[in-house]
Design a protein around this ligand. Structure first.
Ligand code: SAM
Ligand code: DTB
Ligand code: SF4
Length: 357
């Protein structure tokens, strides 16, 4: 299947039938699609940082950063550009290739705070990382400014189906979300768009969200699949955790519907066993958030993830990866080079050029 034969006409019924396949058949199908379109043994490592935490006026029922709920997360000052760049450098040295900056904003407002984010993007690009932002709603000219600063991707999730959306968020509409995605795409920035499972939605809602994404004129470049992290003080605090195999099915269905997209196993990994995470990779997930914190909630430690990937024979994607299979004190760049080509390969190469000075 080539890029122009990707399908954009999935019906709910068809997608549901894939989701409901016997598990082994679903995994087999998803793994087949995965191997046709991706390197089968690499996982993208993306590190998140919250550049502006808390105090958000939106009422997203899952979110600890909403000012409408009494959670442990309060409004904090915005980080300085230097602090963010230091975090990006640290992430890069641990093997992350993408750096994603989040702000607890309903929407971007032109002014000094947005100017600062634009500077952050420029600086993160200058150290050779992919830059991603998630800042809420965005108009066309703001998207163009971010693109001019070098932004690669913008994360803006649909979160769930159009039908269920109103039970989770009242302060903005599904169409508001879709409009921002249009502005992002029109500016030439990659779209990162997915959702959350475990909020009380039906399987049909999950599938409807995937079908909305898969029937877009262009599939999102990245599709994050989050399992709800229930946070005390939010309306969803008592939600039962999702069954790991439900997450596996959701990921496999996303993989089959959007063969070329990067599917990210996102929030909720601290509650998953290593084996459940490996099944998610088997189902076609090829990206994770990497680093001990998501925006405000915990994520597995980087060392733990390195160990998980090592045991599974998975490699970190991209030219700046560290070699998880070597316990040594080489500089990460040298490790990356070894990792890609094997020890003893000393020449420079196109894919490692960035770091093999
Ligand atoms: N304010 C911006 C927005 O809403 O687009 C950016 C940040 S927001 C925290 C990014 C995404 O994180 C949300 O769309 C949601 O999918 C995810 N998220 C937030 N809280 C979560 C939670 N408790 N569990 C799982 N995912 C969550
Ligand atoms: C996404 O889909 N998941 C990330 C990222 N995009 C920005 C955020 C997860 C947040 C989980 C709750 C928290 O840490 O506050
Ligand atoms: Fe605000 Fe984003 Fe949290 Fe919604 S998900 S409350 S918009 S930070």
């Amino acid at each position: 299947m080539s890029a122009d034969t990707l399908r954009h006409d999935w019906s709910i019924k068809e997608a549901l039938a894939i989701h409901e396949l016997p598990l082994m058949s679903l995994l087999f199908r998803a793994q087949g699609v995965h191997r046709e379109h991706h390197t089968h043994d690499t996982v993208q490592l993306a590190t998140l940082v919250s550049v502006k935490t808390g105090g958000c006026p939106e009422d997203c029922s899952y979110c600890p950063q909403s000012s409408k709920y009494d959670t442990a997360v309060g409004a904090e000052r915005m980080l300085a550009v230097d602090e963010v760049v230091a975090r990006a450098r640290a992430a890069k040295s641990k093997g992350a290739t993408r750096f994603c900056m989040g702000a607890a904003w309903r929407e971007v407002k032109d002014g000094p705070a947005f100017d600062r984010v634009v500077d952050m993007v420029r600086e993160v690009k200058s150290i050779g990382m992919e830059a991603c932002c998630t800042l809420g709603m965005l108009n066309e000219s703001q998207a163009q400014r971010l693109k001019a600063a070098g932004l690669d991707m913008y994360n803006h999730n649909l979160d769930t189906s159009k039908e269920f959306y109103g039970s989770i968020i009242q302060t903005r509409t599904y169409d508001d979300r879709l409009r921002t995605l249009d502005n992002v795409r029109a500016a030439g920035i990659g779209v990162c768009c997915g959702g959350i499972i475990g909020m009380g939605e039906s399987v049909k809602d999950r599938i409807a969200m995937l079908v909305t994404l898969a029937n877009m004129a262009q599939h999102p470049s990245s599709v994050p699949i989050n399992a709800l992290v229930p946070v005390e003080g939010t309306p969803l605090e008592n939600q039962q955790p999702v069954e790991p195999l439900e997450l596996v099915r959701m990921i496999a269905t996303a993989r089959v519907l959007m063969p070329k997209s990067t599917v990210r196993l996102s929030a909720g990994r601290t509650k998953l066993s290593p084996e459940a995470q490996l099944l998610c990779f088997m189902a076609g997930a090829n990206s994770i958030f990497y680093g001990e914190k998501l925006l405000t909630t915990p994520n597995p430690e980087a060392d733990e993830d390195a160990e998980l990937l090592r045991k599974a024979g998975l490699r970190a994607a991209g030219p700046t990866t560290v070699d998880f299979s070597l316990e040594n004190d080489l500089a990460p760049t040298a490790n990356a080079h070894n990792f890609a080509h094997g020890e003893g390969y000393e020449k420079s190469c196109a894919s490692c050029e960035l770091d093999a000075e």
